[in-house]
Design a protein. Structure first.
Length: 583
């Protein structure tokens, strides 16, 4: 034990101890050491560590040279094993150790959006002042993890690091013990009278330290993490079993809030495949203010057990769920956040009556069915793209076939499949100026067709991410090269007229489409279209008039997502439109 000390207004004590640790280079008795010698027994190195406790008034600072010591202390506080102690709230640390006028030299950020190829899961940025370098659209789905600021301390420039969620700060390397005590006292005094600040950077999502008071869960989605090659067989099988499955929260009757301490919610979730409920599960959410976590467990209720087992693996075992709440909060990887939403409305909507009969030979459209299907050998429904546009097929693919095949002159290609450019690509006839419109169409079915269905951000996230990801194919040359790799069985239709009547002739393969696009040269303008009928015009317009924060936050969530997608499209010179439900 270190003898108690007192320096100015700071008093404290500490401990020195040694730990026998295995070197990181040792991989087992059959592996060689860096010197090429083999160790039959596990080698150990004796390392000396220090733990210091320093107190000023009611504040205590802890210095731990061994990384696990602080985590053990936090765990003991959370389990009430160290009574009378409370970690400094992240909001108070933000207020004491960050300031909008201090240049932020480095920032580490964690994404709370679903992992997609075109957006990093985490970011590390360095520069003269990262506050000025953030993307107001693209970065608002990231949460501040830690950062380093430049400030004036006692008349001299200094750098200060902060990790509020871990209750950690760091302030350079002291030259001696007195300097260490002086820096520690400065930090503890900074907490006196500090005003709470939700986030060190206002544009980023704000993590919550208290989670029991957040709103009602309204949406559940999966976000798959890591590379497929790194998944084990159990995860691969689970992902495969959930192909074409949408998750729908059966609200309001399917959500039971138990506000007693500790809070526990029960959420009934339906797994929808091809417009039918394939399985129903109960998602149990437990909330802990002590740890700041929301833990999920899952129990099957009815339906396909393979789907419920797969959901349990990905949600309960892997923690790969994103849960949205009616007040705008988002839970990702068990942590709750309040994103910084843009208040500017998205306006590029195209309202469509999907119930309207398509031409004289078609039916209305079932917005919960994305692709044409037929019964397989075991009676289950399997995708059959050859039925696109077939009499009686009411899928969204057939809706696109009618509106871009029959109603718009030009070439229509179905590019659905792995590595696709889009679900459909349409090349319009040349306008009077010789310019051709090339449209990339991305489609996603709605999990519900009920009138008055609520706004769902999750329903748009996947298709918007796909649209942005495939902007890498934005140039005609890239599309031509890609189309040449399509199989000869790819679906291709050409519209025209015979004796004044519209016609639509079918061809095979993508080569003819690629040749036609190549013939148009550089006089091509690009449009990106999302078809997702979840949102109803009446419901959307009604929410714009609401004063409820829970409702307006959902509108801002959706608007932020689509404005970010629109900005990405504009960066490659493309127009962006969203087709959704008139009624």
């Amino acid at each position: 034990m270190i003898a108690p000390f007192k320096v100015s207004e700071l008093e404290g004590t500490g401990y020195l101890y040694s730990v026998n640790e295995v070197p990181s280079w040792w991989l087992g008795p059959s592996k060689s050491t860096p010197q090429g010698k083999e160790h039959k027994k596990k080698p150990h190195s004796k390392n000396l560590h220090m733990l210091l406790l320093a107190k000023y008034k009611s504040y205590i600072a802890v210095y731990a040279s061994h990384g696990s010591d602080w985590n053990r202390i936090l765990t003991a506080i959370e389990n009430n094993e160290l009574k009378g102690l409370t970690p400094i709230a992240p909001e108070l640390l933000n207020g004491a150790f960050t300031d909008p006028n201090w240049p932020m030299l480095a920032v580490w950020m964690k994404g709370i959006h679903p992992p997609v190829e075109q957006k990093a899961n985490s970011k590390q940025l360095t520069g003269l002042n990262i506050r000025s370098a953030l993307d107001p659209f693209g970065d608002q789905t990231y949460a501040f993890s830690s950062g380093r600021s430049k400030l004036n301390k006692d008349g001299e420039d200094a750098t200060l690091g902060l990790s509020p969620s871990k209750h950690k700060i760091w302030l350079g390397h002291p030259s001696c013990f007195d300097d260490f005590c002086s820096d520690t006292l400065w930090c503890l005094k900074a907490l006196e009278g500090a005003k709470r600040r939700d986030s060190p950077i206002a544009e980023l999502a704000r993590p919550l330290s208290k989670v029991t008071s957040i709103g009602t869960p309204t949406e559940v989605a999966l976000h798959l993490e890591g590379e497929m090659s790194q998944w084990n067989d159990e995860i691969k099988d689970a992902v495969s079993a959930l192909d074409r499955v949408n998750l729908n929260v059966d609200s309001p009757h399917g959500v039971v809030i138990n506000s007693a301490s500790p809070r526990k919610d029960k959420v009934q979730v339906s797994a929808i495949r091809d417009g039918c409920v394939a399985s129903t599960v109960c998602l149990e959410l437990s909330y802990s203010d002590a740890t700041g976590r929301v833990n999920a467990s899952l129990k099957p209720v009815s339906g396909d057990s393979k789907i419920s087992d797969s959901l349990r693996i990905l949600i309960e075992n892997e923690d790969w769920a994103i849960i949205r709440y009616d007040d705008g909060h988002v839970v990702a990887n068990g942590r709750a956040y309040m994103p910084s939403y843009n208040l500017k409305p998205f306006t590029s909507w195209n309202w469509v009556d999907f119930g309207k009969t398509l031409g004289s030979t078609q039916t209305g459209t079932d917005i919960t069915r994305e692709k044409p299907t037929q019964k397989g050998e075991k009676g289950n429904l399997v995708t059959d793209l050859s039925r696109t546009g077939e009499l009686g097929d009411d899928s969204l693919f057939s809706w696109v076939h009618f509106h871009w095949g029959w109603e718009r002159a030009g070439h229509l290609l179905c590019d659905d499949g792995a590595g696709e450019i889009a679900d459909f690509v349409h090349l319009a006839d040349e306008d009077p100026d010789g310019v051709s419109l090339l449209t990339l169409i991305h489609i996603k079915s709605s999990s519900s067709s009920s009138p008055g269905r609520k706004i769902s951000v999750t329903q748009y996230e996947e298709v918007a991410g796909q649209a942005v990801k495939n902007l890498k194919h934005a140039s005609p040359k890239s599309i031509i090269d890609k189309l040449k790799t399509l199989s000869s069985g790819a679906l291709h239709w050409v519209s025209g007229t015979i004796n004044g009547a519209p016609t639509l002739s079918a061809r095979k393969g993508g080569k003819a489409f690629a040749d036609e696009l190549k013939r148009r040269g550089d006089k091509v303008r690009l449009r990106v279209v999302i078809v997702q009928p979840r949102l109803e015009k009446k419901e959307y317009q009604a929410t714009l008039q609401q004063s409820s924060a829970s409702i307006t936050n959902r509108v801002h969530q959706l608007g932020t997502l689509l404005l970010e997608t629109e900005a990405a499209c504009r960066s490659v010179g493309a127009e962006f439109l969203v087709f959704t439900s008139e009624k």
